[in-house]
Ligand binder design. Structure first.
Ligand code: ME8
Length: 659
């Protein structure tokens, strides 16, 4: 039986359309899947969408539609994009599929019965953007990065996964089976997180249910809880696995979601597979290792210059912008430019330079020269070499080494290195042509045998190149394959069966250009024009300041009577029937207050949660719309503008006095 290989991508959130990050991961997975098929492996390749959780619930609310309607609208964008990019996934999983939900609920109940999931009360800081509780250290890191507004203090009844109990086994997994996370420096990151300095006792149990949201898979038998979105999402790899393919061979993830995949995910699986008698403090049984993913492959990010791409910065590259240069060109660029694991900065100029140099010149030029010479000098028939001189033997040996190095690197998922090496070889072939001077040989009656050798070696080199490149550039490799007079699909070839010396079948065809050279200047001008058109319109001329005259002077003691405190908004909701009022609960360090603010023209309730504010804390309570307000928030405005809340610095703690 041939070897089986199960490859997964992350499942993508449906709050965005595909961007370069999604596209890169999916193309990498596809190249790996195609390559492994040509290695003779039986591949199951899974991708899909992650549709539950607070992020999606919020995005849908902002649009005024249900989360399911949002997902149904966005999912086809992914499916269509993958078709357009010739992605050969065997299945597309959606976490809203009934089959997936059933597996999540069944596994939840199993772990509840085994004691790996239990119910308790939890109080802690929760990161709204990560949908995860954070440790004190993480909270400090976030505060230092100015992300304090994304933290809220939550107290809720929750189901917990006994993550702490798996720390010992996890550490053994990383130590004994370092192939579990690749590349190696990413494994070190994970180890550092789980056991800084090699010390145990750092992992805390993980809250895996929520009562604060409703968009999720209900906890069976306790339906006011929904299953935490990461427990739900990670289980897609299990629920959508094809019979006989477990465990996953390669799971591709971006560096930002490595922690979830390298810590939580194997721990969930350990809990599902452990048996009575297994000792969690003892050795990790080999039987369990075999049921865990073989490798979590973590890639880096495409950056814009040195910057992270983000919707708010408006610098996100979308696949449509690249695909007008051809799908294979994009696939090639991704594989050639990015070293799996590292970040890489993207630029349109670099993109075009790479394609012009490697595809229009490099490969395209070599193919068209070779085919033209075969047609011109041999009427398209491929001759057989008579004798080989030292120069021929050298290029043959170079080719043999280049092909095996390519296959070795590609099998280790180093497509960057594989392609770099192959292109060095293509340049050596150009050098071989220059040295052999076939155009001179053609004119020399006595050099015909030598010309046969040169043409044949070039033909064979291109034929091997078409096979090697088929996973990376399926359409271009097929065009070349056909041009070389080969029949059938190049993707049906097997690397092991690659017969370098096989006779050529039919005559070669007139060369079809593999890649049209890009006129970089024209494209850059178009891009500049498009980005100028898309740039936000200049702000409307500001209205003149409209404020009342300065109030009468007060002495310090009068001012000092006002007690101002830093507060943290814990919850916020619109007050029914009021256009302006928002009702909030605000933590002011020593107590939590209900405060009404007339700020709905400036803020949505969602934007307020997690925000630090300045509270007038000793104002007499006042009832508005039948609700008593215990304080007031400071906001800046003039008579025309919306209110702008006064914001204390990120690390000011609730309760701090403002004076
Ligand atoms: O994280 N370059 O989904 P997602 C490269 N639903 N990769 C990038 C990138 C960039 N500039 N920006 C984002 C999720 N990514 C979860 C996964 S799996 C059980 C659940 C990558 O749609 C990012 O690293 O936010 C991540 O791997 C992927 O895009 C999906 O992001």
């Amino acid at each position: 039986m041939s070897e089986r290989c199960y490859i997964t991508t992350p499942i993508y959130y449906v709050n965005d359309r595909p961007h370069i990050g999604h596209t890169y991961t999916t193309v990498l997975a596809d190249v790996m899947a195609r390559h492994r098929r040509m290695m003779g492996e039986e591949v199951y390749f899974l991708t899909g969408t992650d549709e539950h959780g607070q992020k999606i619930e919020k995005a849908a609310a902002a649009r005024g539609i249900t989360p399911k309607a949002l997902a149904d609208e966005v999912v086809p964008n992914f499916e269509t994009m993958w078709k357009r990019m010739e992605i050969t996934n065997d299945h597309f999983v959606r976490t809203t599929h009934a089959a997936h939900k059933a597996v999540v609920q069944a596994k939840f109940l199993e772990l509840l019965a085994s004691g790996d999931i239990f119910k308790a009360t939890y109080k802690g800081l929760y990161s709204v953007s990560d949908e995860a509780y954070v440790t004190e250290t993480q909270a400090k890191e976030m505060q230092a990065q100015g992300l304090a507004h994304q933290l809220v203090e939550l107290e809720e009844e929750s189901y917990f996964f006994r993550l702490s109990a798996y720390e010992n086994w996890l550490i053994q997994l990383y130590e004994k089976y370092p192939e579990f996370v690749q590349p190696e420096f990413r494994l070190n990151e994970v180890k550092q997180f789980v056991a800084p300095g090699g010390a145990l006792g750092n992992l805390q149990d993980l809250s895996i249910s929520r009562t604060s949201i409703t968009w999720g898979i209900p906890v069976p038998g306790d339906e006011k809880h929904v299953v935490y979105v990461w427990f739900d999402a990670l289980l897609n790899y299990l629920s959508a696995c094809r019979e006989g393919f477990w465990p996953p061979t390669f799971q591709l993830v971006g560096k930002d979601i490595l922690r979830f995949h390298a810590i939580y995910w194997p721990a969930f699986l350990m809990a599902m597979h452990r048996q009575d008698g297994d000792d969690l403090q003892g050795e990790l049984p080999a039987r369990i290792r075999e049921l865990l993913p073989r490798t979590i492959l973590a890639h880096g990010w495409w950056l814009m210059g040195e910057d992270k791409m983000s919707k708010s910065k408006g610098n996100v590259v979308r696949p449509d912008q690249l695909l007008k240069f051809g799908n294979d060109a994009v696939r090639f660029f991704f594989m050639r430019e990015m070293t799996v694991g590292l970040d890489r900065s993207f630029s349109f100029e670099g993109f075009m330079d790479r394609l012009n140099a490697d595809l229009a010149n490099g490969l395209g030029n070599l193919a068209s020269r070779t085919l033209s010479m075969l047609i011109r000098y041999r009427e398209g028939r491929v001759p057989v070499p008579a004798t080989l001189d030292a120069m021929d033997l050298e290029i043959l040996e170079t080719g043999r080494l280049a092909a095996s190095a390519y296959l070795e690197k590609a099998a280790a998922n180093d497509f960057h290195g594989a392609l770099e090496g192959l292109w060095t070889y293509l340049r050596q072939l150009d050098g071989y042509i220059v040295k052999a001077e076939p155009w001179k040989l053609a004119k020399d009656e006595g050099a015909q045998a030598k010309l046969d050798t040169v043409l044949c070696l070039l033909y064979r080199a291109l034929r091997a190149t078409a096979v090697l490149l088929a996973p990376v550039m399926p359409a271009m490799a097929q065009t070349l394959w056909k041009g070389l007079g080969q029949s059938g699909a190049v993707a049906d070839q097997r690397f092991a069966g690659l017969d370098y010396d096989a006779p050529a079948p039919g005559p070669v065809a007139a060369p079809e250009p593999l890649f049209q050279r890009i006129d970089k200047e024209t494209v850059m001008t178009e891009l500049d024009a498009a980005s100028a058109a898309a740039a936000p319109a200049a702000p409307a001329a500001e209205l003149p300041l409209d404020v009342p005259p300065l109030r009468e002077v007060v002495d310090y003691d009068t001012f000092a009577k006002t007690d101002l405190r830093v507060g943290l908004v814990l919850t916020a909701e619109a007050v029914p029937k009021s256009k302006k009022l928002i009702k909030m609960t605000v933590d002011i360090g020593f107590e939590t207050r209900t405060i009404l603010g007339g700020i709905a023209t400036g803020y949505t309730p969602e934007e307020l949660v997690g925000r630090k504010v300045v509270v007038v804390a000793n104002l007499a309570p006042r009832a508005l719309m039948g609700i008593e307000s215990h304080g007031m928030l400071l906001a800046a405005s003039d008579n025309n503008s919306k209110p702008y809340l006064v914001a204390p610095p990120a690390d000011a703690r609730p309760g701090f006095i403002v004076k």
